[in-house]
Design a protein around this ligand. Structure first.
Ligand SMILES: C[S@@+](CC[C@H](N)C(=O)[O-])C[C@H]1O[C@@H](n2cnc3c(N)ncnc32)[C@H](O)[C@@H]1O
Length: 254
């Protein structure tokens, strides 16, 4: 379980470290209206354009200048704000795409667990033909829309259903940034990705900074490392000393 939200950077650090869920007493984000979520995001995030691995685009994120960096956690109205952090796995994945635009160009791309929508934005910038961002949190979908607008990009199709419970659709490329943080989720993803590859020949790219749940999962020995990036200093500080983040291709035939 998540350490209770405390004050200052301890909040984000506790969140990043424990990577679990906070209060069960809140309404689901999905019961809010998109226009009120949009207002909330505008008022409670800051535009970050530098200090990430992808200074090519800006994102609305939590920073120490934001109210909820120090506010009592009980006042937070939504599900845990994964979308307000640009995770190290997503940063490496997006950097890799921007460095290798041919991977996305003309392709039908799914960013699964899209959070702030960074990998979907990178895919758009690289000339993907069609981009879908999927996150079970409606607030993440609204944040993704707003982040695309911020970068003068057409938003992707945003879906909030749990796609890994359904038969896979025919995507050319599936992107997973920092999605292997929970063993049960990792195992569900593994089975679903196998189906995607077997049925549609989908290419799968994973970004991860070397979290234990990822390193110890059986999918790990079926991955081929494509790139590794050193994390910027402030990202290291917010992530308990993680120093690097890598991009992997899932190759079940290995
Ligand atoms: C650690 S964040 C990563 C966000 C983004 N990919 C990044 O790297 O910045 C994980 C995200 O996955 C979403 N998520 C968790 N389970 C999911 C599922 N079954 N399907 C889609 N999204 C899911 C969460 O809501 C959260 O936004």
């Amino acid at each position: 379980m998540l350490t209770p939200l405390t004050t200052g950077t301890r909040y984000i650090k506790a969140f990043v470290k424990a990577f679990g869920h906070t209060s069960a007493a809140r309404c689901s984000s999905n019961s809010y209206r998109p226009d009120s979520i949009r207002r909330f995001i505008s008022e409670n995030t800051e535009i970050v354009g530098q200090r990430t691995l992808t200074p090519e685009f800006k994102l609305r994120l939590f920073t120490p200048n934001c109210r909820f960096w120090t506010e009592k956690p009980e006042l937070w109205p939504f599900d845990d704000p994964y979308w307000a952090i640009y995770w190290p796995g997503g940063q490496a994945l997006s950097r890799y795409l921007l460095d290798n635009p041919a991977v996305c160009r003309g392709k039908t791309v799914l960013d699964l667990g899209s959070g702030c929508g960074a990998a979907a934005i990178a895919a758009r910038l690289c000339g993907a033909a069609h981009v879908v961002a999927n996150d079970i949190d409606l607030v993440a979908a609204v944040a993704t829309h707003m982040n695309c607008e911020l970068n003068l990009l057409e938003p992707p199709v945003c879906l909030t259903n749990n796609m890994i419970d359904s038969p896979p659709k025919g995507f050319d490329l599936i992107l997973l940034g920092d999605m292997f943080y929970d063993e049960v989720l990792a195992t569900s993803l593994h089975g679903w990705l196998d189906n995607c590859i077997n049925r549609h020949g989908t290419k799968v790219l994973i970004g991860d900074p070397g979290r234990a749940q990822f390193e110890e999962h059986r999918i790990r020995r079926l991955l081929r490392q494509l790139a590794q990036f050193e994390l910027p200093e402030c990202v290291r500080e917010e992530n308990y000393g993680l120093t690097c983040s890598s991009v992997w291709c899932y190759c079940p035939e290995l």
